[in-house]
Design a protein. Sequence first.
Lengths: 172, 286
Amino acid sequence: MQTLEEYIETHQEGFYRLAFTYVKNRDAAMDVVQNAVVHALTHADSLRRAEYMRTWFTRILINESLQYLRKNRRFLPADFYPDDFACEDRDIAQKLDIYRAVGRLKPKLRTVVILRFFEDMQLNEISAVTGVNLSTVKTRLYKALSELKAEISEESLPGQPDRLHILDRKGE
Amino acid sequence: MKLKDAKSVYESVKVPENLESRVKKTLLEYGGKTVRKKHMALRWAVCAAASVCVVFIASVNALPVFAHELYDIPVIGSMARIFTLNRFEEADETAYIHVEIPALSDTGNDELERRVNYEIALQIDSVVDAAKERAREYYEAFIATGGKKEEFHPFEIGVDYEVKCNNGKWVSFVITEYETHASFYSEAYYYNIDLETGKELTLANLLGEDYIEIVNKAVREGIAAREAEDPDAVFFHDELGFKTIGADQSFYINENGNPVAVFEKYDIAPGYMGAVEFEIPISPAD
């Protein structure tokens, strides 16, 4: 069974990306990861079962991210800098638009989208991470997708209604 | 344009180079207290004679067994022998288990052999049961959170042993349990037996009553020597660092007949150092 230390060591880059998607700034994301690691290590006794390590740690990481956002709102950038992405892809501009739109969602909605689509979590895992029940998760996901759809559609050219297939993902 | 395309953007977020060193530093500063203790000095139950052997054989064979053979391979050609009494494999959707059970024989001391072999069987039984339970819980959590049965990678659980010393006077061997899943985890049980007295050997028996001081000195010197010769060798030096051994310090006896103190992963050094060992030469005066 993986220990907490090993889990942190092997997943630190993922932690950074998740935190970065909230705070949109390198140094801030580093601070968030560090705060989350310290919190996890000093509260390790609240992790009752090692198999829930991911859920437990993700919850800590998101809480630290949101707390950081609240405290430092004025000092944080409103949007992402393209330099922070390693994508060489030609379509990066378009893809970045969607990613940016996710970054503009309200924190509660943003969390659900990040966990579902970027972290590939199941809805019941998201429910465990966020501490809200399954139907609330579904509601938030639906709301988030509608907002994204509306926002991206506004930006897209008229006459191309098929440009966004946000809801085409199979599953729940 | 799909939302999953945005995932490639998410995954392309550049991770600063100094993230790793910062996390490592944080782990060193705050970690180490949360790891469950992995070494246990073995205490022999004072258990009585003949019937226990029957219990032992029954408990081993009660496990569903695919391959079940009695191996009798001498390990070292001196008087006492450690041999593989039983070997079995077992597999289900949660785990693949491979166990080798050693036994002590030809010591000329039947009572000692019964006692040791019974203790070994009990230990392996409980260790394997606990490992199976962990695999089962993990599997159930995986399914409960929407995982598919066919996507589950079974745990690999193994129990193996190694004879460290068998010089006619002493027998020292280690039984290791390991679990491999997302990561590797292992636990070691040390058996050090004085064949003349039929008792468990202690560091005090080997090194005299000043054994704590002697071992501490050897460990401190060993840490300093290793850090001096290898820049990658790092030991904790703050409050997590080595201070002193306790009465239950894990050790085995190597082929030179010297005790070797073993510190499990995380005990006195960061995780990547693994378990660390220090040989303590028995001075000729002893």
